[in-house]
Design a protein. Structure first.
Length: 274
């Protein structure tokens, strides 16, 4: 991870993803006294959790000083309502890091100022346990210090990949943004299939869940080994795994199904972007 965490930060939206990222930043040493969470809709449990960490929670922008970094983690449809209050807080070198789904950099600039230093990112929910992955994009006018700061913020909760073409963010959304749901559904399907062949349902779920958890950890610990090699390593010719993969890898199997699923997610991401 390169770059330094900001000296002051305003988190606009303290929902699940916003809080997950904030907790990661605090773990890396961001001073909670320099953090304000702006969220008039945050429930009492969330307020208490942040207060226990030393983070101030505000309902509006009155009394908030201009931050070095402003993180947009609100629902996309609330951007218009929030923009008027945020514009006075934005300075020439303020980093604006947006994780708003479907909102392009041009959309954000139209609301927050054409000169704003905007980085758009798409994280995913494993950020909550420091194992997320985010893809980020920034226009050329965003300076190296702001890019480095964005890398530091995103890197606090997982891996970071930079892309040059904002058009790729829809594809990123379809693969990694939505991807955790695919993995969770795989566990559901494995457990259901195990129950159908006689396993007690609770045992089938424990087996399926632990298997996917373990496979993910194995990939994490062997980053130089690609997924295809790991698959071949557990597939004996003529064995049980080979019998299953013959079904999963046929013309109507998992590959074509995921092609269609991810294409559908990418199309929807484009529709949400307008």
């Amino acid at each position: 991870m390169s770059g330094e965490l900001p000296s002051s930060l305003l988190l606009v939206g303290a929902g699940k993803m916003g809080q997950a990222m904030l907790l990661g930043w605090l773990e890396l040493g961001l001073d909670p006294a320099r953090v304000t969470a702006l969220d008039p809709f945050l429930d009492e449990v969330g307020r208490a959790r942040l207060a226990a960490k030393g983070v101030k929670v505000a309902n509006d922008t009155s009394g908030i000083a201009a931050p070095e970094a402003l993180i947009l983690a609100i629902k996309p449809q609330t951007l218009d309502a929030a923009a008027d209050g945020l514009r006075p807080l934005i300075r020439a070198r303020t980093l604006i890091l947006s994780i708003l789904a479907g909102k392009r950099i041009s959309d954000l600039a139209a609301k927050l100022g054409s000169d704003a230093m905007i980085v758009r990112a798409m994280p995913n929910t494993p950020c909550a346990v420091g194992r997320g992955i985010s893809a980020a994009v920034a226009p050329p006018k965003v300076g190296a210090p702001q890019r480095a700061m964005a890398s530091a913020l995103l890197g606090a909760v997982g891996k970071v990949e930079w892309v040059d073409d904002e058009g790729l963010i829809d594809a990123v959304t379809a693969v990694s943004g939505s991807g955790p749901a695919y993995a969770f559904f795989l566990v559901e399907c494995m457990a259901a299939a195990g129950a159908k062949i006689g396993l007690p349902a609770d045992l089938a779920m424990r087996l399926a869940r632990a298997t996917v958890e373990g496979a993910g950890e194995l990939m994490f610990r062997e980053p130089a080994t690609d997924a295809a090699t790991l698959r071949r390593n557990v597939t004996s010719p003529g064995g049980t795994t080979a019998a299953a993969l013959e079904v999963l890898m046929n013309d109507q199997g998992m590959g074509p199904l995921l092609d269609r699923a991810i294409a559908a997610a990418a199309r929807r991401a484009g529709e949400l972007a307008g």
